[in-house]
Write a protein that binds this ligand. Structure first.
Ligand code: NDP
Ligand code: GDR
Length: 327
């Protein structure tokens, strides 16, 4: 039985990856932070088989203890402060967790692996946010990075540190440059879930309007369930490498609004949407569209859920949730 350690197991991707690995027969260990983490119940419900260890990416000794207890064959570093907008106001802690936290885990894993650094496989959750002010369209593995947020800068540090550990110590460390991926488990602060939840509530008469920021930004949105498969595939390769994971399609926030509102029979969504300066960013990433060709040819990975299916799945889940809350 293979053993895997997941940091960020309480997050969207952690839950999907945990489910995938358990379905493949892995013994799954999850790092959980805080003395009374509100998401613990969700993890225990969704992943009753997972063994949870308390620690924090900013606390190296807790990572050493976690590795010694979990004795993993594969380490998936999904833990991060992941909300881009928040990262301007909290750049220090974002750097500590999202950037230096990855280094802390790489170093703890290297020391844990001892004489055979490649014996423990390592996945780093890199991000399309690293492309920022894009230097090439579509973005691929070789595209120059130009991050536009403290979060993006922290991810660039973690990305290059992962590559450096591979090149310096021969670690089997791979970095997945994942474009936005969403699901009904997405945090409500991110634009997809904010919209699908508002659409459900508006259609049920529970809310009148939704305030958003920039409606013209374009994102390459995929389904989180598809994307965690790519993470696993990367660690099954003989040689570690970096891969862009994306759908190859981009859509604006306006198109997202079109599809989400149309699903509940509303075509004139403009009257339900206001724009608010508070949701504008000091520096925006205008356009993201990834080229997943390397992942397709080397990993055999392709996304299964398309944009419309994704948005409709999320609106349906929010309708169910809002109806059950109203009961
Ligand atoms: P979430 O925000 O849903 O989850 C982030 C996880 O990190 C949570 O489990 C959180 O724990 C944990 N975490 C936060 N701070 C710490 C800390 N100090 N020590 C240990 N764990 C911590 O993110 P996603 O699941 O969406 O994303 C997973 C990873 O992939 C993240 O690294 C994200 O930056 C990256 N990524 C995500 C993309 C996306 O579109 N979803 C795209 C590209 C990259 P807690 O519950 O306690 O807060
Ligand atoms: P992003 O996701 O910043 O791409 O990071 P988010 O959903 O927050 O924003 C996407 C785009 O929507 C615009 N936008 C709004 N965003 C939010 N959150 N709220 C609003 O009201 C709003 N109005 C417009 C934003 O300006 C932006 O252009 C996500 C995270 O999961 C990161 O961790 C990950 O690395 C990247 O995706 C890839």
């Amino acid at each position: 039985m293979k053993r895997a350690l997941i940091t960020g197991i309480t997050g969207q991707d952690g839950l999907y990856l945990g489910e995938l690995l358990i379905s493949k027969g892995y013994e799954v260990y999850g790092l959980v932070r805080g003395q009374n983490n509100p998401k613990l119940d969700v993890v225990r419900r969704v992943l009753p088989e997972a063994k949870l260890i308390f620690g924090d990416l900013t606390d190296p000794s807790s990572l050493t203890r976690t590795l010694n207890e979990a004795r993993p064959d594969e380490v998936y570093n999904l833990g991060a402060i992941s909300f881009v907008a928040y990262s301007w106001e909290n750049a220090g802690i974002t750097s500590d967790v999202t950037g230096k936290g990855a280094f802390n885990l790489l170093e703890a894993t290297r020391l844990y692996a001892g004489d055979n650094p490649a014996s423990v496989r390592f996945y780093q959750a890199s991000s399309s946010e690293m492309f920022g002010k894009v230097q090439e369209v579509p973005q691929r593995e070789s595209t120059l990075l130009w991050p536009r947020s403290p979060y993006g800068v922290a991810k660039v540090f973690a990305h290059y540190m992962t590559i450096n550990y591979r090149e310096s110590y021969g670690m089997h460390a791979s970095s997945g440059v994942l474009f936005n991926h969403e699901s009904p488990r997405r945090g409500p602060e991110f634009v997809t879930r904010k919209i699908t939840r508002a659409v459900a509530r508006i259609s049920l008469g529970l809310q009148e309007t939704v305030a958003l920021g920039n409606l013209d930004a374009s994102r390459d949105w995929g389904f989180a369930g598809d994307y965690v498969e790519a993470m696993w595939l990367m660690l099954q390769q003989d040689v570690a490498d970096d891969y862009v994971i994306a759908t190859g399609e981009t859509h604006t926030i306006r198109e997202l609004l079109d599809v989400a509102f149309a699903h509940v029979g509303i075509t004139d969504w403009q009257k339900y949407v206001t724009q608010d300066e508070r949701f504008m960013r000091p520096a925006e990433v205008d356009l993201l569209i990834g080229d997943p060709e390397k992942a397709r040819s080397a990993l055999g990975w392709t996304p299964r859920v398309d944009f419309k299916q994704l948005v409709e799945m999320m609106v349906d889940a929010d309708l169910d949730e809002q109806r059950s809350l109203a009961r």
